[in-house]
Design a protein around this ligand. Structure first.
Ligand code: AHR
Length: 494
């Protein structure tokens, strides 16, 4: 097959907000305990943080990490996780029916996220929690001193405030599974009142209100409209969450990038409708604060265990291709999607897996994410793509390729990413780069294989990783690239 992609420097979509490459640590399964925190481990530092995990996280380049949930946050009292560890209560976590020992709380997270070279995005409990308690948390974290909660933090050994910038007003509050779930009207009022308090406590914070937890919810997109109508002047972002899983049809699954694009457009339209109603100049930005492949139907909840191994999906080559495709959509929408979190980061539906008392394994999905977060810098440019469509049972005709083009003006580097969803065909792609000057192809890496279900394991940790392809070092403005069937390719130019 033949295809053509034209990228012109005059057609810039947006500068990329680095926080689009965020991720997520929830108190879920073994994400925290025996994931990022395992004091008994040989690689643990003086705070009990696994340094081998920290290294894998740093190498992934995640500039922001959402915490502590997720569903967990809606029954969580943040005060349980502060002060001397011996005094912290053991609680039942209603979200995952697990035992929470509270040995890792907000201060440990603040330290950990710094060591991960990242920053925190804090979710507050709007399920069983109140706006007032959310305000106290913001006071504890962000006020320098001189008040009850800020002085408590100092008493706990943290002289300087944590200064968390981004705050999520609850999590998936439209869900029947959510502890303390609410109707759109009730959530909207609670979110608005919480937003007011958080901005009074620290006017510099950025706030994210809960949009629908999925587009399959019966209340979508009325929920989003209602929340936006009530909260528009008080918030900076509306959230969306999206997960995909393989349900037996590969064409559908590989077309996830197309479905996500439609969802983003619907939410943008909803937000812009409310903007017009409010006669507002403010453009509401989107926070895709949970996205990934997640085999939710395979979840096996174990009741009332500490750090149970749940949702430990082992990702295949096919899953990695889907993640690559989703990344192209996310970054191509960087004019409105300013933050996004790969959900999650360690053990629970995550690219990084740990063995208790053992090593760290990078699942297949680690690699496309790492490539994009490392190299898709600067501005994202419109890829004008001419290629054959693929017939998918679920979405109809979908382009067979998904592309992403970014140019970093500072370092004068161009990065191109492309997913080929054709299962049986190579594609010869002509890439025409206009107005960028002559560029030299520096590197080409390809993720491909005969076995779409191949995975990485401790026995074969590099079974599925991107492989370098020989590049001729050619210089010019037009390049012909052969894309292997069912593959993900990254090419860098300078
Ligand atoms: O990321 C796992 C779960 O997915 C989160 O806790 C929840 O917000 C979503 O349903």
């Amino acid at each position: 097959k033949q295809a053509k992609c034209i990228v012109n420097k005059h057609f810039k979509i947006a500068d990329i907000d680095r926080r689009i490459y965020g991720s997520f640590i929830e108190h879920m399964g073994r994400a925290v305990y025996t994931g990022i925190y395992e004091p008994e481990h040989a690689m643990a530092d003086e705070q009990g943080f696994r340094q081998d995990v920290l290294k894998a996280v740093r190498d992934l380049n995640v500039p922001i990490v959402r915490y502590p949930g997720g569903n967990f946050v809606s029954g969580y009292d943040w005060k349980d996780g502060i002060g001397p560890k011996t005094d912290r209560p053991k609680r039942l976590d209603y979200a995952w029916l697990a035992i929470e020992t509270n040995q890792f709380g907000i201060n440990e997270f603040a330290d950990w996220v710094k060591k991960a070279h990242s920053e925190g995005m804090i979710a507050v409990n709007l399920g069983t929690g109140t706006p007032q308690e959310a305000g106290y948390l913001a006071e504890y974290c962000n006020v320098p001193s001189g008040t009850y909660w800020s002085d408590k933090r100092r008493e706990h050994g943290y002289e300087q405030p944590h200064c968390f910038q981004v705050w999520c007003l609850g999590n998936e509050m439209d869900g029947s599974w959510q502890t303390g779930g609410l109707s759109a009207e009730d959530y909207a009022k609670k979110a608005r009142e919480t937003a007011k308090i958080l901005k009074w406590v620290d006017p510099s914070v950025e706030l994210v209100a809960c949009g629908s937890s999925s587009k399959e919810m019966a209340t979508f997109p009325d929920w989003d409209r209602t929340v936006l109508e009530t909260c528009y002047p008080y918030i900076d972002y509306i959230s969306l969450h999206r997960y995909y899983e393989y349900e037996g049809n590969t064409a559908n699954f590989l077309a996830a990038f197309y479905d996500l694009d439609n969802l983003i457009h619907t939410l943008k339209a909803t937000a812009d409708y409310v903007k017009a109603k409010h006669r507002s100049d403010k453009v509401m930005m989107l926070s895709l604060d949970e996205w990934n492949v997640w085999y939710i139907k395979h979840m096996d909840i174990k009741r009332w265990q500490w750090a149970p191994a749940i949702a430990e999906d082992v990702y295949s080559l096919m899953d990695a291709l889907v993640v690559g495709g989703l990344l192209t959509t996310i970054v191509n929408n960087a004019d409105r999607v300013k933050m996004a979190c790969l959900a999650q980061l360690v053990n629970a539906l995550a690219p990084i897996h740990t063995a208790v008392d053992g090593g760290v394994l990078k699942h297949t999905t680690y690699y496309p994410f790492q490539q994009v977060s490392r190299y898709a810098r600067g501005g994202v440019f419109k890829s004008m793509l001419l290629c054959d469509d693929i017939d998918t049972p679920k979405y109809g005709r979908v382009p067979g390729l998904a592309t992403l083009s970014t140019f970093d003006e500072v370092n004068r580097t161009f990065a191109f990413f492309v997913l080929n969803t054709n299962l049986d065909d190579e594609v010869e792609l002509v890439l025409q780069l206009e107005q960028f000057g002559d560029l030299q192809m520096l590197e080409q890496q390809v993720l491909m294989g005969d076995e779409l279900l191949a995975v990485n394991s401790f026995d074969a940790p590099e079974q599925v990783i991107p492989r370098a392809k020989m590049v001729s070092g050619e210089i010019g403005q037009e390049f012909t690239i052969t894309l292997a069937k069912a593959s993900w390719t990254m090419i860098r130019f300078e």
